[in-house]
Design a protein around this ligand. Sequence first.
Ligand SMILES: *[C@@H]1O[C@H](CO)[C@@H](O)[C@H](O)[C@H]1NC(C)=O
Ligand SMILES: *[C@@H]1O[C@H](CO)[C@@H](O)[C@H](O)[C@H]1NC(C)=O
Ligand SMILES: *[C@@H]1O[C@H](CO)[C@@H](O)[C@H](O)[C@H]1NC(C)=O
Ligand SMILES: *[C@@H]1O[C@H](CO)[C@@H](O)[C@H](O)[C@H]1NC(C)=O
Ligand SMILES: *[C@@H]1O[C@H](CO)[C@@H](O)[C@H](O)[C@H]1NC(C)=O
Length: 391
Amino acid sequence: MEIILRGVFLLTLLHSILVNGQIYDVLEFGADGNGITDDSKAFVKAWSAMCGSGGNSKTFIIPSNKTFLLQPLTFQGPCKSPSVQVKFDGKIVAPINKAAWSDYKLFRWVSFKEIIGLTVNGSGTIHGRGSSFWKQGLPASKRPTQLHFQRCNDLMITGITSFNSPKNHISISECKRVKITKIKLVAPHDSPNTDGINISESSDVDIYDTVIGTGDDCVAINSGSMNINIARMNCGPGHGISVGSVGRDGEESIVENVQVTNCTFIRTDNGARIKTWPNGKGYAKNILFKSLTFRETKNPIIIDQNYVDKGRLDVEESAVAISNVTFTDLRGTSKLDEIIKIDCSKVTYCKDIVLDKIDIATVDGNKPIVECSNVYGKSINANEANGCFKT
Ligand SMILES: *[C@@H]1O[C@H](CO)[C@@H](O)[C@H](O)[C@H]1NC(C)=O
Ligand SMILES: *[C@@H]1O[C@H](CO)[C@@H](O)[C@H](O)[C@H]1NC(C)=O
Ligand SMILES: *[C@@H]1O[C@H](CO)[C@@H](O)[C@H](O)[C@H]1NC(C)=O
Ligand SMILES: *[C@@H]1O[C@H](CO)[C@@H](O)[C@H](O)[C@H]1NC(C)=O
Ligand SMILES: *[C@@H]1O[C@H](CO)[C@@H](O)[C@H](O)[C@H]1NC(C)=O
């Protein structure tokens, strides 16, 4: 009797929590969680119920030990509550292949839009099953982003793991005050455009204690990015951490105040990188790459202002101006002999470039090569880079 009464009491408590709207579990809104049935409708229903109800700290629950199949969907804000948590502990899977997507031409799989004070937190995993997209050789612009966050100020993403996105894993677009910690992003080294995190038109973004290994940039810091801090990332395989590419098709780009510290690059194609297209406008400035370790990285230090996709370089009339970039305390091994390449525009030149405490050996023991063009700046404690600068 007592047990039954307690049970009733607990149910009543649970019911009152549900009805009073603190907790919104997708299973309560009709999700099956069997990995086969499309659970998108249940997710949207639970989201709408939560987002539309007032009160503080709402929690949307994606429970553990369940697999949810989702078609492309958007978690739309603004929500009535000033802070919203997505407790993501289960497993989310995409349709089995491209043909099974209801509409892959939305080019986004799971989107979060215009939600203020959003936290996505938990031990959950999200599987994009991107291989059918990769195999078809579709250009990046024709493939979906896995997790897209747009106009979400005061955003926090922590704990989750993302696998095999059709294109990039996470894009952060038009967001302010973002904190991303302890996440893991995984895709094969030869999967095309599976960038880890792509930041654009966003400011005050901190990315700490992450593990990213994909087929493209671990992080790409694109146009309109300001105050970006990346620390303690384990990057590889992939193309390193990159400012840009920016300035494509004459685009005016502004990137400033970027710090990349205490990161490790393992067998990546690039390490610390800035890439701009010829004939862009704007600037990339105040960039610090500090205390980085390279292991068998192909291009540990690289600024490339002649970044082009497939050799259609016209006469260069402008460039995204690069200035105040410091590389300090960079060590480890380079897979190629060229450990530093700073190839700047002859229109703008790169200005105030500092190479300090560079200690990079080549894997095969050859003498390291440094290649520079059109660079102003200085080297400190980096003898091999002395010839790099114009005076
Ligand atoms: C999930 O499964 C694990 C292993 O079977 C079990 O230990 C855990 O209690 C389960 N969690 C929930 C919430 O059912
Ligand atoms: C995330 O969830 C864990 C476990 O429930 C909790 O300890 C932690 O405080 C949460 N973090 C945030 C930022 O909500
Ligand atoms: C990066 O994000 C921007 C904005 O969302 C998008 O236009 C661009 O295609 C993305 N690039 C990649 C490689 O994912
Ligand atoms: C980087 O590592 C150094 C030495 O361990 C430490 O003092 C510093 O606080 C770290 N900085 C960041 C941003 O992790
Ligand atoms: C150069 O960039 C660093 C950040 O890397 C910043 O702290 C410093 O203030 C900048 N210097 C100037 C003169 O803007």
